[in-house]
Design a protein around this ligand. Structure first.
Ligand code: SF4
Length: 251
């Protein structure tokens, strides 16, 4: 499945894997699992919901067919580094991203399982080549202080572009962002959303400035947005405080 997306820091999604299992607090209201539960069994969707992953190897070559160079979020409906995704499929995904027509795109690969990302990238024969691939962005999610360790693992990976997604940000994190190229911050959306505090956001912005890391603010989240008198997830930059409104451009 490949589609346009409302996720503002990317342009398209590419899902050669769908489905996942929850690993940490940020997964509590997982959008992907909710969508899969809603549409499971429909055309293009897995037959089952929150019971692991479903592989779609026939989708591996899709980006090669997309003519216009785009920013592509890899596995928006899963985690590419989930234990149930075989190494062989991950290697095929990397081959598509790195060679041929597929390499005209920029790929954003986000995980909550960075040890496997580190190990797989380390095992790729093309490691030397990958160190120079500017079209690959490798990222980890950090939703609270319990998961700051993921940034340390990300630093160990020999790739050019690294990002951290602080979304849904559900607590103060006080991160160090040295060696990271981009930080994305957003509050949680949806009926069961947990709140985000703007002081947590400004703290991350300060850390990004100190480290020379880019900063992208995605949304306030449903709770903070409602508190400030706005509707929805607070995605409109004109509703944000001035110090955030200009922080809405991916590097
Ligand atoms: S790792 Fe991502 S896709 Fe998997 S359950 Fe957690 S939030 Fe959902």
């Amino acid at each position: 499945m490949a589609s346009k997306t409302k996720i503002s820091w990317t342009e398209k999604t590419w899902n050669p894997v769908m489905g996942c299992t929850k690993v940490s607090a940020g997964c509590k209201n997982c959008y992907a699992l909710n969508m899969i539960s809603r549409f499971e069994g429909s055309k293009g969707w897995p037959d089952r919901g929150e019971v692991g992953v479903t592989l779609f190897p026939d989708r591996i070559g899709a980006p090669s067919k997309w003519k216009n160079p785009s920013n592509i979020f890899v596995c928006s409906m899963s985690d590419l580094f989930h234990d149930d995704v075989p190494d062989s499929l991950i290697y095929d995904v990397y081959e598509e991203m790195m060679y041929g027509d597929g390499s005209r795109h920029v790929y954003q690969i986000l995980t909550k399982r960075p040890e496997r990302m580190r190990d797989i990238v380390g095992r790729l024969d093309e490691l030397d080549f990958m160190r120079h691939k500017v079209n690959l962005w490798h990222g980890v999610t950090v939703e609270n202080t319990d998961n700051l360790w993921r940034i340390d693992v990300l630093r160990e990976i020999s790739v050019v572009n690294k990002f951290v997604s602080f979304e849904p940000l559900i607590g103060p994190v006080h991160p160090g962002l040295e060696g990271i190229n981009m930080a994305v911050v957003g509050g949680e959306s949806g009926a069961a959303a947990r709140t985000m505090d703007l002081t947590w956001v400004s703290d991350i912005l300060g850390a990004a400035n100190t480290a020379g890391c880019g900063f992208y603010f995605k949304q306030m989240g449903s709770v903070l947005s409602a508190k400030l008198g706005f509707k929805g997830a607070g995605t409109n930059p004109s509703d944000w405080p001035g110090w955030l409104a200009k922080k809405h451009t991916w590097l």
